[in-house]
Write a protein of this length. Structure first.
Length: 62
């Protein structure tokens, strides 16, 4: 009976280790460097150009 909590805890740890999301990315070529657009979620984007990072989240201002 003591092994059941250990097994459940181990299962919980292994599931959380694999729960990281992989976000979709698009790369646009430009004369001044690549622009990388990362789709994070509903309406949320990350734009990367050179060393500039712009996070767009229209619902975070509620």
């Amino acid at each position: 009976m003591k092994t059941l909590p250990i097994v459940l805890f181990s299962l919980l740890l292994s599931v959380s280790a694999f729960s990281q999301k992989v976000f979709g990315k698009d790369t646009l070529k430009s004369s001044s460097g690549d622009v990388i657009i990362t789709f994070i979620g509903h309406g949320s984007l990350l734009l990367q150009w050179g060393e500039q990072n712009i996070y767009i989240d229209p619902s975070s201002q509620k």
